[in-house]
Design a binder for this molecule. Structure first.
Ligand SMILES: Nc1ncnc2c1ncn2[C@@H]1O[C@H](COP(=O)(O)OP(=O)(O)OP(=O)(O)O)[C@@H](O)[C@H]1O
Length: 192
């Protein structure tokens, strides 16, 4: 995996007239993970979008070394294509082996149009897409939403493998996630 690093210094986030958080800094090296916590609307998604370079900080700066892949509520797969073809489109672009990981339980769904997938199946498909990107930095916004217990355990294992391979993971989640030795960041401590 290519070397990676993710850091942010003195970040502030403003949405409309509201200052959501201020003075937030972080620094992640290969193998490290950060869990971002906070009540609804405190800015978890906004922070991840800032780290991804999709939202400009109101103050402060982000430094990122290495490619980044983001998993959020938007499924970046063509809703009108069967799942297999929708995934293969990106896998060819990513230069990844075509076909989802057997562990994700998608094998029997490859003929199903993406728009017919259930909530948990959509999340599994998003994880397949995330993995095919083979980016060292993962930004995961509510990665466990809609997943059954087996799939939660699978995501926990995938995150462990990614870190063991030198990847960085940032997770915003309302649900408990079993990960070893993570940094924690509570947005309540940075409220603007
Ligand atoms: N484009 C925008 N313009 C103005 N305000 C916005 C915009 N996008 C989000 N917000 C506001 O910013 C605040 C933080 O949103 P964000 O999605 O980052 O919160 P969150 O902590 O991820 O919430 P949740 O736990 O509900 O997912 C919310 O009050 C939201 O309404």
């Amino acid at each position: 995996m290519e070397p990676c690093r993710l850091s942010a210094s003195d970040l502030a986030c403003r949405r409309g007239e509201r200052l959501l958080f201020v003075g937030l800094s972080l620094d992640l090296s290969p193998g490290e993970a950060l869990e971002v916590r906070g009540a609804n609307g405190t800015g978890k998604t906004s922070l991840l979008r800032m780290l991804a370079g999709l939202l400009r900080p109101y103050n402060g700066s982000v430094e990122r070394k290495g490619d980044m892949a983001m998993l959020d509520q938007n499924l970046a797969l063509d809703e009108h294509q069967p799942l297999g073809r929708a995934l293969a489109f990106w896998q060819r672009l990513d230069g990844a082996p075509v076909g989802p990981s057997p562990d994700l339980g998608l094998d029997t769904l490859l003929d199903v149009p993406v728009r017919y997938l259930s909530t948990g199946q959509r999340k599994r498909a998003a994880i397949a897409r995330l993995m095919s990107q083979r980016a060292p930095i993962w930004l995961l916004d509510e990665p466990l939403n809609g997943l059954d217990r087996d799939a939660v355990a699978l995501v926990e294992a995938l995150i462990g493998d990614h870190r063991a391979g030198g990847g960085i993971v940032v997770i915003a989640s309302h649900q408990p996630i079993a990960l070893r030795e993570t940094q924690k960041l509570d947005l309540a401590e940075f409220a603007g």
